[in-house]
Design a protein around this ligand. Structure first.
Ligand code: ZN
Length: 407
């Protein structure tokens, strides 16, 4: 009888933690899994003059958490990269500025993939993931985080669909024309009339509706309205840390019952109690404003500004220290969700390059630790495959199959 490498590795991964060889098979197990993260803010780095996705950077040197070499090192096969637009004023000028910013970001993502066709490939349907991974390339699905760039014209979502966007996050830190934010005062009591239109069009196009950042009322209404399962692309558990950006157990159960998935976020202030520190916030905002990248900068200027930002952030951390969540704390959100709804409805959306990262898991190179921990807890390779990619792909497939119109 021959034992396949896969069977052997699977058996070794199941050995007790004291077995000295266990670190190796678990590393192999992680590399074998198709690993996707459903919320990568890495496109923000693409706007920085001279920043090269193909070079290895570090959080210490330039505050980034994902690049091609680190994706490989961490065994991240790809994921959903966000076309994120900060919530600006909701007047005509603000909406136009948001629209332009989102299209420019979409263009930068396409430029990245076009410049490295042997390293990245845009993905549009669930089936693309395995094919792209098998060809040795990284998988790039796209989402919008904050639908504000659509302005008054919901039909603009079709253009984003044609650009390849397959997931739509309606809202960010503030309420917008589509509904209420988890971190703002209720204005619409959930979705606005335009928000309902957006949910319907998203469904018709076959896009996944993303309720991360949305208020509980928006979540409930999206669940009622959507023909397809929905996603929380980067959220945590309110039972572990009571924060409006996290979600309660009943809602996680409802999400799972309808086939959806919660992808656990590693954003510090949602994992642990971080006391308000307006002085720190003001100082950080001023520093970031002063040193924000501009398209007219040379690469040298951008580099110098980034170094100053890193130095400034270290000084701010020393002057206004802030509690920081640990890897164990991140895992307590993961395991809480897993205990509640099982491995078919939980995954990873770390918010890399968007504020994610904890002590002990500072960038994407550290994600094999998640697999290692879950394997130790007894999760099987099949369950880990669902957790790391299968669940998100199932939701993507279900949304696609529930579509009604061609874009
Ligand atoms: Zn976010």
């Amino acid at each position: 009888m021959t034992i396949s490498r896969r069977t052997l590795m699977g058996a070794l991964a199941g050995l007790p933690a004291i077995w000295p060889i266990q670190a190796k098979p678990q590393a192999a197990l992680h590399q074998r899994l198709l690993c996707l993260d459903t919320h990568l803010d890495t496109p923000a780095s693409l706007a920085r003059p001279g920043w090269d996705m193909m070079q290895r950077h570090s959080r210490d040197s330039d505050l980034t958490q994902v690049d091609y070499p680190r994706m490989r090192a961490g065994g991240l096969d790809g994921g959903v990269v966000a076309i994120y637009t900060p919530q600006g004023p909701l007047d005509a000028a603000g909406m136009l500025a948001a629209r332009d910013a989102a299209f420019l970001r979409a263009m930068q993502i396409r430029e990245l993939v076009a410049a490295h066709p042997d390293k990245f490939e845009l993905a549009f349907v669930a089936e693309d993931a395995a094919r792209i991974a098998a060809s040795g390339k990284r998988i790039i699905y796209q989402s919008i985080e904050n639908a504000s760039p659509l302005g008054d014209d919901v039909s603009l979502l079709r253009v984003f669909y044609r650009l390849g966007v397959r997931m739509v996050g309606f809202i960010h830190f503030k309420n917008n024309q589509f509904g209420d934010s988890a971190t703002d005062k209720p204005q619409w009591n959930g979705l606005s009339p335009k928000g309902r239109e957006l949910a319907a069009l998203g469904n018709d196009l076959g896009m996944v509706l993303d309720a991360s950042h949305a208020s509980d009322d928006v979540f409930d209404q999206m669940m009622d309205l959507s023909r397809a399962p929905i996603i929380l692309s980067h959220s945590g558990c309110r039972a572990v840390h009571n924060h409006p950006r996290n979600i309660d157990d009943d809602r996680i159960k409802k999400l799972a019952a309808k086939g959806g998935t919660i992808q656990i976020n590693s954003y510090n202030a949602y994992l642990i109690d971080v006391p308000p520190n307006p002085e720190r916030d003001k100082t950080v905002a001023a520093l970031r404003q002063r040193l924000r990248p501009s398209p007219n900068q040379s690469a040298t200027e951008a580099d110098a500004a980034r170094r100053e930002l890193v130095k400034g952030m270290k000084e701010i951390d020393a002057r206004f220290p802030e509690p920081r969540a640990t890897f164990d704390r991140y895992m307590s959100h993961v395991t809480h969700a897993l205990d509640l709804v099982g491995p078919d409805h939980v995954g990873v959306g770390c918010d890399w390059d968007g504020g994610g990262g904890v002590t002990g898991m500072e960038d994407v190179t550290a994600i094999p630790k998640i697999t290692e921990r879950l394997a130790k807890l007894g999760y099987t390779e099949n369950q880990l495959a669902a957790f790391w990619g299968g669940n998100a792909l199932r939701v993507l497939k279900a949304a696609h199959e529930a579509r009604k119109t061609a874009a």
